[in-house]
Write a protein that binds this ligand. Structure first.
Ligand SMILES: [Cu+2]
Length: 468
C-alpha cells in the first residue's frame, strides 16, 4: 500500500512543490475529523504506512480494556510482533434470557462473537475457521484494510468453505469503534448472529480517559414462541431484541462508581431496524460516529442516540447521579419479549362473562389485554416450553414489565468492586410514593375521586383487597 507520505513525495517529483501544496490542502479539506492543518501527519489516520512498525499495544499499558457485558474479549498471542487472533464460526445453543434458548450462529461458542480489541498501529493476523454448514467470509466493518482483506464474499475474496481456515492480515491505521460481521449469505448469517465489535484504541490517547468503557451491540431476531430457530427470512416482525445477544432480564447491568467517566460504544447490526438508545438520569455527548472522533466543540449533547443499522455511536458521560437507571431502545416494541403483533386490540373492552363462557369450551382460557398488557409477565401465564412472551422481571419496588433491548446502568458511591451491587437504596425523600390524604388536602384542596380502573380492580382482586 502507498502511504500518504509516499504519495506526496511521488507527487512532488511529478508536479513540483507548488502542486504538492495545492494537493495537500484539497486532500485535507476532504478529511472529516481531527485534522491539524499545520501538521498534516498528526492525527492523520492515513499517515501510517504498512511498513512502519509499532510494538503490539498492551492492555493496561497502552489502553484500558473495554467491558463487553454478557460477552468477552477475544484473546490473542503475539508471534513475530504480529497479534494473532482465531475466530471459529459455528452453530451455538444460545440463551437470550432465562427461559429462551435458540440455535444461532456465532463465533467461538458465543453469540455475538467476542470483541476484538487492538491498538492503532498493531499488525493483526486473524484466522477464521468455518464450522458452519455453508460458506462464509468476514468483513471488518469500518476498518481501513486493503481491498482483498475486506471480506465481501466473491468480491474481495473466495468464500471460506466449511472446514477451511482463512487468514486475514492488516495493520490498523485508525482508532475508534468498529464491528465485524459475515459478508456471505448476509441475510441468513446476520439474522442468525454472525457479528461482533472491533475496538481500536488510539496509539497516543488524547482527551480524558474513560473509567468504564462499555461495548453494546444491538440486534433483533424473530423466534416464534416455542421454536428453537431464529427465522432468517423475517423482514419486519422481530420479537426478540437484544444488547450483546441478550434480552432483558438477561442483560447484565452496567456498573459505575459515582464520578466515573463512562463511555458506551453502541453498534447496530440488526437485520432491518434502527434503534434510538435512551439513557435515564444523565446527558451524554456523542464523541464518535462510525468510529471517527468528533472534535470536542462539535460533540452533540443528548440523552438519546439513534444508532442506524450498520452504524456505531460512542457516547460519554460523568456518572454523577447515583441510582438504578434504565437504558433502552425507545421503540416500545423493542422493549418487549416475544410480543406477537397480530393480537386483537382489547384495550377498554369489558369482557364481562366472556371468560367463563369461553372457558367451558377452552379450559384455561382468559381474555387478556383489556386493561393494558403490563400484567401479563407478572401473572406468569402458562406459556409454551422455551418461550418468554411478555416476560419482564421482578424489580425492587414492583414487577418491571420491560424486556428486549433494555438494561440498567447502576451508579453507586463507595463501590469496592464493579460486581452487580443489587438494587439502589433510595435516600429518604427521594422515592415516589402514595400521596396521603393530608398531603392531597393541603396541596390540591381535595382528595381526587379516581375511578378504579379495571386493571387495579383485577390486581386487587388477586390480592384479596376489598374494593367498592
Ligand atoms: Cu429499537
Amino acid at each position: 500500500m502507498i502511504s500518504r507520505r509516499k504519495f506526496f513525495s511521488n507527487a512532488a517529483v511529478a508536479a513540483g512543490a507548488a502542486a504538492l501544496g495545492a494537493a495537500t490542502r484539497s486532500v485535507q479539506g476532504a478529511e472529516p475529523v481531527g485534522q491539524s492543518p499545520e501538521n498534516p501527519e498528526k492525527n492523520n489516520r492515513y499517515a501510517q504506512s504498512d511498513q512502519q512498525d509499532y510494538p503490539p499495544g498492551e492492555p493496561g499499558k497502552d489502553y484500558t480494556p473495554v467491558i463487553t457485558p454478557n460477552g468477552s474479549t477475544l484473546p490473542y498471542k503475539v508471534v513475530g510482533g504480529v497479534k494473532i487472533f482465531h475466530l471459529v464460526t459455528e452453530e451455538i445453543d444460545h440463551e437470550f434470557a432465562p427461559g429462551l434458548r435458540a440455535h444461532c450462529w456465532g463465533f467461538n461458542g458465543q453469540v455475538h462473537g467476542p470483541t476484538i480489541e487492538v491498538v492503532e498501529g498493531d499488525r493483526v493476523r486473524i484466522y477464521v475457521t468455518n464450522n458452519l454448514p455453508e460458506n462464509t467470509s468476514i468483513h471488518w466493518h469500518g476498518v481501513l484494510v486493503p481491498s482483498g482483506m475486506d471480506g465481501v464474499g466473491g468480491l474481495s475474496q473466495k468464500t471460506i468453505e466449511p472446514g477451511e481456515t482463512y487468514k486475514y492480515e492488516f495493520q490498523l491505521r485508525q482508532h475508534g469503534t468498529y464491528m465485524y460481521h459475515s459478508h456471505s449469505d448476509d441475510m441468513v448469517q446476520i439474522a442468525l448472529g454472525m457479528m461482533g465489535m472491533f475496538i481500536i484504541h488510539p496509539r497516543t490517547p488524547t482527551g480524558p480517559k474513560a473509567d468504564r468503557d462499555f461495548v453494546l451491540m444491538s440486534s433483533e431476531w424473530r423466534i416464534d414462541v416455542g421454536s428453537m430457530r431464529p427465522v432468517p427470512t423475517e423482514m419486519t416482525d422481530f420479537n426478540v431484541l437484544t444488547f450483546n445477544g441478550r434480552a432483558f432480564p438477561g442483560t447484565a447491568p452496567l456498573v459505575a462508581k459515582y464520578g466515573d467517566r463512562v463511555r458506551i460504544r453502541f453498534g447496530n447490526l440488526s437485520p432491518m431496524e434502527h434503534h434510538p438508545i435512551h439513557l435515564h438520569g444523565f446527558y451524554w455527548k456523542i464523541t464518535e460516529m462510525d468510529g471517527l472522533q468528533i472534535p470536542e466543540a462539535a460533540q452533540q449533547p443528548g440523552n438519546t442516540v439513534l444508532v442506524a443499522v450498520g452504524q456505531t455511536r460512542t457516547v460519554e458521560f460523568i456518572a454523577d447521579n447515583p441510582g438504578d437507571w434504565a437504558m433502552h431502545c425507545h421503540m416500545t416494541h423493542h422493549t418487549m419479549n416475544q410480543m406477537g403483533h397480530n393480537a386483537p386490540n382489547l384495550i377498554g373492552v369489558r369482557p364481562g362473562k366472556l371468560d367463563k363462557r369461553v372457558s367451558k369450551l377452552l379450559p384455561g382460557y382468559m381474555a387478556m389485554g383489556e386493561s393494558g398488557m403490563a400484567d401479563m409477565g407478572e401473572m406468569g401465564m402458562p406459556v409454551p416450553r422455551n418461550s418468554i412472551p411478555m416476560v419482564g422481571a421482578p424489580g425492587k419496588h414492583d414487577y418491571i414489565d420491560m424486556g428486549g433491548m433494555f438494561t440498567i446502568v447502576k451508579v453507586r458511591e463507595n463501590l469496592t468492586s464493579y460486581d452487580d451491587p443489587g438494587w439502589y437504596e433510595n435516600p429518604p425523600g427521594t422515592l415516589a410514593s402514595l400521596a396521603s390524604n393530608d398531603e392531597l388536602q393541603r396541596d390540591l384542596g381535595q382528595i381526587p375521586d379516581a375511578q378504579i380502573s379495571a386493571r387495579h380492580e383485577k390486581s386487587w382482586r388477586r390480592q384479596n383487597v376489598k374494593i367498592g
